[in-house]
Design a protein around this ligand. Structure first.
Ligand SMILES: [Fe+2]
Length: 189
């Protein structure tokens, strides 16, 4: 379940229309890609890119993206802690951050200049585009597993630029999807 929370206003959005409208107002593009969800959990990067080729080509044409790759993270991924530590502090990029979630889940926090921080919990089937310059940070959920397609205008622009605001410390990196709750626990609506 995709969940958008605005912690400072104690609001939670779970409906696609409400989520895409709210995110659109703060400049975040959000889509659901329902096709090709039948990919196996062990699909290779090549298989993933092939399965979503039409959507990837459409995004490339729309956003000027030059390349796409697949990132595959599991709890046993070497260097995982160091990788996560690079992105869980507030930062921005000179590139759009475009992610399509193939498997697993993750938690983006976006800090708009004129409105409260938004926590966006993404899952398989979600496409999110965080425009260049947007303040944001990213955490994995408790299961520490995600496979995602990334699109780049120019990979050299994708280095994180830190704000050093420490705003990220005010928000818990907690996911509300099925991976967070033990079996039998009701999800937060
Ligand atoms: Fe980022």
């Amino acid at each position: 379940m995709t969940v958008v929370r605005i912690p400072d206003e104690d609001r939670t959005l779970t409906e696609f229309v409400a989520i895409s409208r709210y995110l659109g107002e703060i400049g975040i593009e959000y889509e659901r890609w329902e096709a090709a969800m039948q990919l196996s959990a062990s699909a290779s990067a090549e298989e993933v890119l092939a399965a979503y080729a039409p959507e990837i080509e459409r995004l490339k044409a729309q956003g000027g993206y030059a390349s796409a790759d697949v990132i595959d993270v599991k709890p046993q991924t070497p260097g995982l802690e160091a990788m996560l530590a690079k992105f869980n502090q507030e930062h921005w990029h000179d590139e759009d951050e475009v992610r399509f979630i193939v498997r697993g889940r993750g938690l983006f926090h976006v800090h708009p200049r004129q409105s409260p921080v938004v926590a966006i919990e993404v899952e398989a089937g979600d496409l999110i585009r965080v425009p260049r310059g947007t303040w944001h940070w990213f955490d994995l959920c408790a299961d520490r597993e995600i496979q995602a397609i990334r699109l780049f205008q120019n990979t050299s622009g994708w280095t994180p630029q830190y704000t050093h605001s420490a705003v990220d410390r005010n928000y818990q990196p907690v996911c509300f999807g099925p991976s967070y709750f033990p079996p039998g626990h009701a999800e937060v609506a």
